[in-house]
Design a protein around this ligand. Structure first.
Ligand code: GDP
Length: 190
């Protein structure tokens, strides 16, 4: 196997009754349309996550097996305007249940923020929610952000948190090595 090619397989979709085994979880969260599916696909080098044509559909939490001993966990995006209050509530319940049930195995959270727009109020809420977890801020779509937008976003993120920041572009493959290195560190490989 090529050294850059991870073995990643879809494991399952869950709305509750999450896997109880001791594998570590590396979790991806972000606003709907932030580029999460594209980033996961870029990271693993194949299309495992569904790039949304209809953002906002309440989906389940998708688990992918990464090299057999770690889960990549794709949490459905938040903040899609057309979603009903009821659906939003269902999303919140599911996320809270996931984070509390799996707390002891959540080794790292990648909190995705659009580099072009900076943290939205909902992104800020998410960062607050993540206090108590180990997390990294991942700026997405850097290929499409001007230098000014990017540095403004970094400045705003810095005012909210001291978490590490990784600059990425799924389109250009930017940040892939850094993301992989971070995951492998969690996995105890380096
Ligand atoms: P998700 O809803 O967070 O899973 O976001 P998607 O991966 O479905 O992407 C949402 C939209 O952003 C799509 O139109 C993608 O083509 C676009 N997109 C995703 N990643 C990038 C990127 O790195 N650069 C640019 N320019 N567009 C991107």
């Amino acid at each position: 196997m090529h050294r850059n090619q991870q073995e990643v397989k879809f494991f399952g979709s869950f709305r509750g009754n999450f896997p109880k085994d001791q594998r570590k979880h590396v979790v991806f969260v972000g606003r709907s349309n932030v580029g999460k599916s594209s980033l996961i696909n870029m990271l693993v080098g194949k299309k495992v996550a569904y790039v949304s044509k209809e953002p906002g559909r309440t989906r389940s939490i998708n688990f992918f097996l990464f090299d057999k001993n770690l889960y990549l966990v794709d949490v459905p995006g938040y903040g899609y305007a057309k979603v009903s209050g009821e659906e939003r509530e269902r999303w919140k319940e599911m996320i809270e249940m996931y984070f509390s049930e799996c707390k002891d195995r959540i080794a790292l959270v990648f909190s995705l923020i659009d580099s072009r727009h900076g943290p939205t109020p909902l992104d800020e809420q998410m960062l607050r929610f993540l206090e108590g977890y180990q997390y990294v801020v991942v700026l997405t779509k850097c290929d499409d952000a001007s230098q000014k937008e990017q540095s403004e976003t970094i400045k705003k993120v810095r005012s909210l948190t001291n978490a590490p920041i990784i600059l990425t572009s799924a389109k250009e493959g930017k940040g892939r090595e850094e993301l992989l290195k971070t995951i492998k560190m969690i996995n105890g490989e380096v």
